[in-house]
Ligand binder design. Structure first.
Ligand code: HSE
Length: 416
């Protein structure tokens, strides 16, 4: 049996879950893979009482000649990036669940791995326990991948799910998600869509072999979504989800994170609680859906262990170091349908005024629904046909100035 010594840097929830996994499933791993995994050393800045040799110097791990695989479980970019690079330069395979460092520095890290003929693996960085990076890289390597839609942030999915199923308000659903330990230390990373944007950039880089700058990912969070929007969407057969979208259209990459109305019968619409799911379309394979727990010690450790096994078993993985710069489509050029909620005065000529602006800006209206009046204003829901985003924005900008529109409530993209 092949012995594989592992070192873990950062012994919080994830680091300790990896240790637990190796201990509890040692025999299963050995029987399935022929590998005898041993956690040789742990590095953490804190004084911990643990059953493994502990050091406070990460160099003790990366300079240990027996350790073949280093698990970076610190999170963030400083000092994680420096430590990952140092470990790769010491010819250690590095496994990390750290979406931020991978999204921000993928090219540089992969280049260091290639130079040293070792691997940098990050299965756990997207979708927690869901196998998605390896399936895209390996199982689907013969397919042309054209589209990825992902629910890749458990916190926001939990919030939107509770707002829909229990009519809970945003703030209490967020509080519950935090109490359950789903949210990032700063929940802005979840609710403003940063976490999902990192994951979208990683997925697009892997699927399209492209260097996607995470800052080029158009991003909107869920803080503007109201209880009304969720209920109105439900009335017309839609569910609101925060989607990470990466698709290839005419050799450019559409990459964005924003709330979207999904038809209630779409496979992603049924993803409840804090679950994650990634919907991938490839040719000739067709649509696929990967579903599971996107966070938490056990699921994340499961993905990390799969990378440890992969690094110990396979040949040098250097393909991704040849990522080509991505041509990212500007959000203004993207075509799509929209849900628009307006508050308008209840009087003659309002609809005529609104439709005139849409017509001037080449926005075709698919449906108009009039909702209740509060005595003074009426809520209008307008669904558009497919429009160029730039035209829709121009129409909304003009409309803001009209006396026939009191307020533009929400503008949410609609997935047909
Ligand atoms: N805060 C993240 C989420 C954790 O809610 O999905 C996993 O990256």
């Amino acid at each position: 049996m092949k012995k594989v010594y592992v070192g873990i840097i950062g012994f919080g929830n994830i680091g300790s879950a990896v240790a637990e996994f190796i201990k509890k499933n040692h025999q299963v791993i050995a029987a399935n893979t022929g590998l005898d995994l041993e956690l040789k050393k742990v590095c953490d800045t804190r004084q911990l009482k643990i059953a493994y040799p502990l050091t406070h110097q990460y160099t003790d791990i990366i300079n240990d000649p027996e350790i073949a695989v280093v698990v970076e479980a610190i999170g963030g970019t400083v000092p994680a990036k420096k430590i990952i690079l140092a470990a790769l330069n010491q010819k250690k395979h590095v496994v990390t669940p750290n979406k931020e460092v991978v999204a921000k520095h993928m090219k540089e890290l992969l280049a260091a791995a290639a130079k040293n003929k070792v691997q940098l693996l990050f299965e756990a960085s997207v979708g927690g326990g869901i196998p998605i990076i390896q399936p895209i890289k390996e199982s689907l390597a013969g397919n042309n991948i054209s589209q990825i839609y992902g629910i890749v942030n458990g916190t926001t999915n939990y919030i939107l799910f509770k707002m829909s199923s229990e009519k809970m308000e945003f703030a209490s659903a967020l509080k519950q998600a935090q109490d359950k330990g789903y949210a990032e230390p700063n929940p802005k990373a979840d609710i403003e869509g940063y976490d999902a944007a990192y994951k979208a950039a990683i997925l697009a880089s892997v699927a399209f072999k492209a260097e996607v700058n995470w800052q080029a990912v158009y991003r909107e969070g869920i803080t503007g979504i109201t209880q009304e929007d969720i209920q109105y969407a439900k009335d017309i057969g839609y569910v609101v989800k925060l989607l990470a979208i990466a698709q290839k259209v005419d050799e450019k990459i559409d990459i964005r994170v924003h709330p979207a109305l999904l038809p209630a019968n779409h496979a992603l619409a049924t993803v409840a609680d804090n679950y994650n799911a990634i919907y991938v379309k490839g040719t000739p394979v067709g649509p696929l859906m990967f579903y599971g727990q996107g966070a938490g010690g056990g699921p994340t450790a499961s993905a990390i262990i799969s990378d440890i096994i992969a690094s110990a078993n396979s040949k040098f993985e250097i393909r991704n170091s040849t990522l080509k710069k991505a041509k990212v489509r500007n959000i203004n050029e993207v075509k799509g349908k929209f849900y628009i909620r307006l508050e308008v005065p209840d009087r003659v000529g309002v609809l005529a005024g609104i439709s005139k602006v849409f017509a001037q800006k080449k926005v075709s209206i698919a449906a108009v629904l009039q909702k209740e009046s509060n005595g003074q204003f009426v809520t209008l829901i307008i669904l558009t046909d497919k429009v160029v985003e730039k035209n829709l924005r121009a129409a909304l900008a003009t409309m803001k100035k009209l006396s026939v529109v009191h307020k533009i409530g929400s503008v949410i993209r609609l997935i047909a």
